[in-house]
Design a protein around this ligand. Structure first.
Ligand code: PHE
Length: 337
């Protein structure tokens, strides 16, 4: 029994000195208590008269060891604190980390500017779905299945009659089906076409405008576009309408703005013409009004659609559309409102 106590004492003594953390010390103490308990249970086998003597020995041993545990606890606590201080040391002379402020993407900037300009003329924003049915994207827009105008836009089909919209014009139908004139909506959003070069991307953004009311004429369209051109570009910007064709407008026009680079004299940007084409528009075709349950003998309307990337490229002098999709922050951070 005595030997057992001696052995435990030697073992625990050196183990205490090796502990480095409060947790290790605590675990060691539990181990010590368990072993001590098993030694004490051996007391039952001792002759009765020897028991008090051993009881005393064990008690002293126990008290002595507890004292050692306590002393070590003070040392270990100190060591732990020291370690913590070293790990959490901060060098107050170090330069601060620089956080750069983000900026809005040029497409978002132009989209917001367009909304501001047209909201000032009383337009409300409507956002249609990016996945459309063949009906909303084409058929209701007076472009039936075998219509050659379907070839004007290379469509991504998801399933039979289900596609990624090729134009925000699809939203015109959704609005006219649910709202009664007067209608004055602006519809921004992503559109998709199988097209890819320096000025075309398979995904780009359009801004659609639609006005339907009694007595709306092409002059109203021209007036609003003149206002838009002045606010988006320079106040001297002029608007020119050229005859064109879209199945959902009649008459249809292609809209040019006087070149922002040369002011109309002719330069490389406008290829010497003094004009830059920016959007398609026209008077809403009466068949489209009929498709939506709007009486074309009572109401007339105009619609326009423009590429937001195209406006951004003209406004900021960007010559490759890819720059708008690469998300290179060195390029993007040049655009602050
Ligand atoms: N949706 C046409 C296009 O994507 C543009 C347009 C919109 C033309 C509205 C006329 C009226 O090319």
């Amino acid at each position: 029994m005595k030997e057992k106590i001696e052995a435990l004492k030697a073992k625990i003594d050196s183990a205490i000195q090796e502990t480095e953390t409060g947790r290790a010390l605590y675990e060691l103490k539990l181990k010590f208590q368990a072993e001590l308990k098993s030694i004490m249970s051996g007391m039952r086998d001792l002759p009765k008269e020897e028991r008090p003597v051993f009881g005393k020995v064990i008690n002293e041993f126990k008290e002595g060891m507890e004292q050692k545990f306590e002393e070590r606890a003070v040392v270990v606590r100190q060591k732990e604190l020291q370690k913590k201080y070293e790990e959490e040391k901060i060098d107050v002379t170090m330069p601060g980390r620089k956080y750069e402020a983000g900026a809005l993407h040029p497409v978002t900037l132009v989209k917001n500017q367009l909304i501001d300009i047209f909201a000032g003329m009383g337009f409300k924003v409507f956002e249609g779905p990016e996945i459309e049915t063949d009906y909303y994207n084409f058929t209701a827009l007076n472009t039936p299945e075998d219509h050659p105008a379907r070839d004007m836009q290379d469509t991504f089909y998801l399933a039979d009659k289900l596609l990624l919209r090729t134009q925000t014009s699809a939203g015109q139908i959704r609005v006219m089906e649910t709202e009664k004139p007067p209608i004055k909506i602006l519809s921004p959003g992503r559109v998709f076409r199988s097209d890819d070069d320096a000025t075309h991307s398979p995904m780009f953004h359009q801004m659609e405008g639609l006005v339907v009311d009694k007595g709306i004429t092409l002059c109203d369209l021209q007036g609003m576009l003149a206002e838009f051109a002045k606010k988006m570009f320079a106040s001297s910007t002029k608007v020119r309408l050229r005859p064109s064709y879209f199945p959902f407008t009649e008459p249809s026009v292609e809209v040019d703005l006087s070149c922002s680079e040369c002011g109309g004299k002719g330069c490389r940007l406008c290829k010497g013409t003094g004009w830059i084409e920016v959007l398609g528009a026209g008077m809403v075709n009466r068949r489209v009004l009929e498709n939506c349950g709007v009486d074309p003998d009572v109401y007339t309307g105009f619609a326009f659609g423009m590429g937001i990337e195209r406006i951004a490229m003209l406004k900021y002098g960007i010559n490759n559309i890819k720059a708008l999709f690469e998300n290179d922050t060195r390029f993007l951070k040049q655009f602050r409102d």
